[in-house]
Design a protein around this ligand. Structure first.
Ligand SMILES: *[C@@H]1O[C@H](CO)[C@@H](O)[C@H](O)[C@H]1NC(C)=O
Ligand SMILES: *[C@@H]1O[C@H](CO)[C@@H](O)[C@H](O)[C@H]1NC(C)=O
Ligand SMILES: *[C@@H]1O[C@H](CO)[C@@H](O)[C@H](O)[C@H]1NC(C)=O
Ligand SMILES: *[C@@H]1O[C@H](CO)[C@@H](O)[C@H](O)[C@H]1NC(C)=O
Ligand SMILES: *[C@@H]1O[C@H](CO)[C@@H](O)[C@H](O)[C@H]1NC(C)=O
Length: 705
């Protein structure tokens, strides 16, 4: 009996392991990158850089008491364009009196909107007293136009608060907090806002991005899930939506949205028990292209597991169509405080449809407005376009923070691929793609082309911008709290691949092997040259090209090329195609003194685990706990025979709290597994979650929630 169960568990385990998407080993790994352009701002303090606006050749960066105008050609500040905007002494003193530090009591510029080429509005934290200011352009410099205006509800108090704002149709839409202590979140557009302290609408949200699309403004965020019915709490990712023409409700609702709705975003690895990446961290711009033979618009999102659980990150893609459709679907409700969250039957939904965009929302009937206020949550989640996350990464060292997409990069075979640049919380940038995106939604083949430590170890990547300028090499601008750096979009010719096999092995649409010159070259240079296509080798799907003549190529040891200004120590790696380049840590940073208000992180050398190691470790751990569970279960069953097991209903209840939701399939028919896996110290089922789901990842996640 036990033997059978163990066998069953082992089989299930193996099945689960294979369902997990195959992680890719980076083809190029650059341990330190200190080449190229950078902007550090005023190095005597942390600037909290925030991209405000990007134009053709420059970008405006909000910082401490300052707005910088930075050239995209070289990341240098454009002379005489700096806007100085400090808080007044009164505001600073008041802020200090309220117990904030001197660094907090400064004006960090966070929010921006442009009315015309020479008029804009900007908002700053203003020493914990947010304010906005209109600026005009006179005699080549920016000057404040009018007195400051109230910034409460538009701009956060704390420069680190997870807020977002977007300027559309001459108005600012902001998702932030409206009080000093940060306890009153809201989505706001003068004069309309979400309800105060209504947990159905917003429940401890962390806003990550916003965008105007069609008649709507969308907000992406994560929040504590009201509909999560089990013990403890869970954070879900959301997309919220308001109509741009919302004029507020009738009568007493005149300053409340009549169109705020939200839905869950589902980024998960499917299975009997899907593994969820529940916490959204950022989104890309909307990209348009052909995916799985379909012309559609996608938005990519970065999702992670909670901070205190195993470090998992994923990128999922959603079509804008599926986002719009979810808001046409059923609503969700909890009829009484103790009932389940269920779909609202269509007969109970009033006319006109709650939340729909109308010409004049002030004429809506009360019943519609009341309904939308009480039912902001949609029943269905937005499902991802591809059946699996596009990229997944399990790492003890880092999580993804930010994503930028170079959309529809044409490869030599004429197919177009979205190239994803993904920033992490310890300063890396991964370049990745799904080589199957063109062909199918059902399968995902992830390739990580490069993994570059761009920032000082431990500095999170806050923003990424892809810059294509005529006549210059394209680049990726990486923005962190105190530094802005540029790296190339690809490493074809600079350092990576000096043999046909390693160049093709990059599987990088940007790079191809030119058999004539025997060099790895950037593709766009060659694309329209038909003859060149015959002597250029590339294969995105397989990373192998018969033109390379593998037998001879493989005989030669691969010699990594020394990058410009590199220090030392290249080590060829035993893994296929991977080139590890370590630059000298000493040369790495011109800035050696930490900034005054910079957290003094410990410098740790990152450890890189391959997917195989991890899978091995996981399997090992699982098998071990399986055996331990078996042994202890057996021991207890012998020992407790006669004294009896704990009450089955009680046990079931314990389990109940641990399963994902009311829709979870039954578990009680698996009680044999439970007995098997009760950990040694805890025979009464308290840790039953470690068994019930045969699933290593989920098990760990739930333990730590
Ligand atoms: C940097 O900021 C400090 C105040 O924190 C100021 O005194 C100094 O002049 C600034 N330096 C530059 C180069 O702007
Ligand atoms: C930033 O500098 C560029 C280049 O001089 C200029 O064209 C642009 O108007 C400036 N932007 C702002 C907002 O000052
Ligand atoms: C904001 O988001 C970051 C990144 O996810 C997180 O580490 C931080 O705790 C969040 N801030 C707050 C106040 O929750
Ligand atoms: C999320 O997606 C997975 C896999 O496609 C599916 O099994 C699961 O039911 C979905 N969850 C929700 C809440 O829609
Ligand atoms: C809304 O206004 C537009 C013109 O402003 C009009 O054509 C349309 O019929 C109106 N729709 C409704 C539902 O009133």
């Amino acid at each position: 009996m036990y033997i059978f169960a163990v066998f069953f568990m082992a089989v299930a385990l193996v099945a689960v392991t294979f369902a997990w998407p195959q992680e890719s080993v980076p083809r190029i790994h650059i341990k330190h990158h200190d080449m190229g352009q950078k902007f550090l701002g005023n190095e005597s303090h942390v600037e909290h850089f925030k991209l405000l606006e990007r134009t053709g050749t420059s970008m405006l960066i909000g910082a401490r008491n300052t707005i910088y105008n930075i050239s995209l050609h070289n990341l240098a500040e454009i002379p005489d364009q700096r806007v100085q905007w400090p808080s007044s002494d009164t505001h600073r003193e008041l802020c200090c009196l309220k117990g904030r530090s001197e660094d907090e009591c400064q004006n960090y510029v966070r929010v921006f909107g442009r009315y015309s080429p020479d008029k804009f509005i900007a908002c700053g934290t203003n020493a914990y007293n947010p304010q906005c200011m209109h600026f005009g352009f006179q005699n080549g410099v920016h000057v404040p136009e009018k007195d400051t205006v109230e910034g409460r509800g538009l701009c956060p108090y704390d420069p680190e608060h997870n807020s977002t704002a977007v300027f559309a149709g001459g108005q600012l839409y902001a998702a932030t907090v409206a009080d000093f202590s940060g306890g009153e979140p809201l989505i706001y557009r003068l004069p309309i806002r979400t309800e105060r302290s209504d947990l159905n609408q917003l429940n401890g949200p962390n806003f990550v991005s916003s965008l105007a699309y069609d008649d709507y403004v969308f907000f992406f965020y994560r929040e504590t899930a009201v509909e999560y019915m089990n013990c403890g709490k869970a954070v879900y990712s959301r997309v919220g939506r308001v109509c741009r023409h919302d004029k507020g409700g009738p009568h007493a609702f005149s300053d409340r949205w009549t169109s705020f709705l939200k839905a869950r975003l589902n980024c998960s690895v499917p299975g009997d028990y899907p593994f969820y990446f529940n916490e959204i961290q950022s989104t890309s711009d909307v990209t348009e292209g052909i995916y799985a033979g379909e012309q559609t618009q996608l938005i990519y999102g970065v999702f992670t597991t909670p901070v205190n659980s195993i470090g998992g990150s994923a990128v999922c893609a959603f079509t804008m169509r599926s986002v719009l459709e979810v808001f046409q679907g059923a609503f969700k409700e909890q009829e009484t405080i103790n009932s389940n969250w269920l779909r609202v039957v269509p007969e109970k939904v009033p006319e006109p449809r709650p939340g729909a965009c109308v010409n004049d929302s002030r004429t809506l009937p009360d019943v519609t407005v009341n309904f939308v206020k009480a039912h902001p949550l949609m029943d269905e989640a937005v499902q991802p376009f591809f059946s699996l996350p596009v990229i997944t990464k399990v790492s003890f060292n880092y999580r993804f923070t930010k994503i930028a997409v170079d959309p529809q990069v044409k490869a030599l075979d004429g197919k177009a691929y979205d190239i994803l640049y993904i920033g992490t919380d310890e300063g890396r940038v991964l370049k990745a793609l799904n080589t199957q995106a063109v062909n199918t939604r059902e399968k995902v083949a992830q390739v990580i082309v490069s993994d570059v430590q761009v920032l000082k170890y431990g500095q999170p990547v806050k923003d990424l911008q892809i810059v294509h300028l005529a006549g210059e090499a394209s680049k990726l601008v990486v923005i962190a709290d105190s530094e802005i750096r540029a790296i190339p979009l690809h490493y074809c010719d600079t350092l990576a691949a000096n043999s046909c096999a390693s160049c093709v092995g990059l599987q990088d649409p940007h790079c191809a092997w030119d058999a004539m010159t025997k060099r790895c070259v950037a593709v766009p240079n060659k694309l329209h040259d038909n003859d060149a296509a015959k002597t250029s080798f590339q294969d995105i799907a397989t990373g192998k090209h018969k033109g390379c003549g593998y037998d001879q190529e493989l005989a030669k040891p691969a010699q990594p090329v020394v990058p410009p200004r590199a220090g030392c120590c290249e080590q060829p790696d035993e893994r296929d195609n991977e080139i590890v380049i370590e630059l000298d840590r000493e040369n790495q940073y011109s800035r050696t003194q930490p900034r005054a208000n910079e957290p003094q992180g410990v410098i740790v050398t990152p450890v890189v685990y391959s997917a195989q190691t991890l899978t091995g470790a996981l399997l090992g751990t699982c098998l071990f706990s399986l055996l331990a569970g078996f042994a202890s279960g057996f021991w207890f069953s012998q020992r407790l025979r006669g004294t009896g097991y704990p009450d089955p209903p009680e046990q079931r209840q314990q389990l109940n709290r641990l399963t994902e939701g009311p829709e979870s399939p039954g578990y009680n028919n698996k009680s044999i597994n439970l007995v098997l896996n009760v950990p040694p110290k805890n025979p009464n089922g308290k840790n039953a979650n470690s068994s019930a789901e045969n699933k290593p990842m989920q098990k760990v996640k739930k333990t730590y929630i």
